[in-house]
Design a protein around this ligand. Structure first.
Ligand SMILES: [Zn+2]
Length: 239
């Protein structure tokens, strides 16, 4: 299996789909984590350049924990917009990963504009990556991958369709998430009063309660992109 997870900011993928990726990793899948923006407004103490560099290192550390490739797309945090450049970058990202399955934010259903835009650009790229006359650094893919959308924070506006039992991968998910050290202190807790790790844990527990499967203590939730081409039996690609 080849897996591509795209997040708007460093730590989004770990928070929403880290357990699923850890499970794929244990199964020996080839995993790509693409981070669209460089997180360069995620600090009240550091300069834009400093925090972007810190967050790049944190993202690499998290990806290393599951042996994933990191694609650092380096767009400006909070200013990811739909342009020819951003479309081509997303298309090339899909071509690098050659995925069977793609995970992304759901388009236009989230609290953050970069999240919404990642969903939209991923939706465009999964098909356009197969089109020969759209040229990027890498050759077109041969088959269109399945696209799943992962949850919003605390399920806001999100009605889950599929549940992945991550009970055996939860500790690794937490470790991946905690690699993003710069976001645990001044940013989330001091600025917004958010205890990010508590939120991660309670969300995974709530997902498991919804799943209702005996022995499932932690879960992650997904929705399938239903636009053509719907990949038959796409849910079977989930770990
Ligand atoms: Zn984010």
């Amino acid at each position: 299996m080849r897996v591509l997870a795209i997040g708007a900011h460093p730590d989004d993928v770990e928070f929403q789909i880290g357990g699923t990726l850890a499970k794929y990793s244990k199964q020996g899948s080839e995993i790509y984590i693409a981070v669209a923006t460089n997180g360069n407004i995620g600090s009240f103490r550091m300069s834009k350049e400093e925090i972007a560099e810190v967050r790049h290192k944190e993202a690499r550390k998290a990806a290393d924990l599951i042996g994933a490739h990191l694609i650092w797309m380096n767009f400006e945090d909070e200013f990811l917009i739909d342009t020819p450049k951003s479309r081509l970058k997303f298309i090339d990202t899909v071509r690098i990963a050659k995925p069977d399955i793609v995970f992304a934010h759901e388009p236009y259903n989230d609290y953050n504009p970069d999240h919404d835009m990642v969903g939209y650009l991923a939706f465009i790229a999964r098909i356009n990556a197969a089109i020969k006359l759209i040229e990027t650094d890498n050759p077109p893919i041969q088959k269109v991958p399945a696209l799943f959308y992962y949850s919003t924070l605390t399920f806001g506006n999100f009605i889950p369709e599929y549940y992945v039992d991550i009970t055996d991968a939860f500790e690794l998910k937490k470790k991946m998430f905690l690699c993003h050290d710069s976001q645990q202190g001044d940013w989330c807790k001091d600025a917004f009063g958010v205890k990010y790790l508590d939120m991660l844990e309670s969300q995974a527990r709530l997902a498991a309660s919804q799943a209702g499967t005996p022995g499932c203590e932690y879960a992650e939730v997904l929705k399938l992109c239903k636009s053509w081409p719907t990949i038959a039996g796409a849910y079977k690609l989930l770990p």
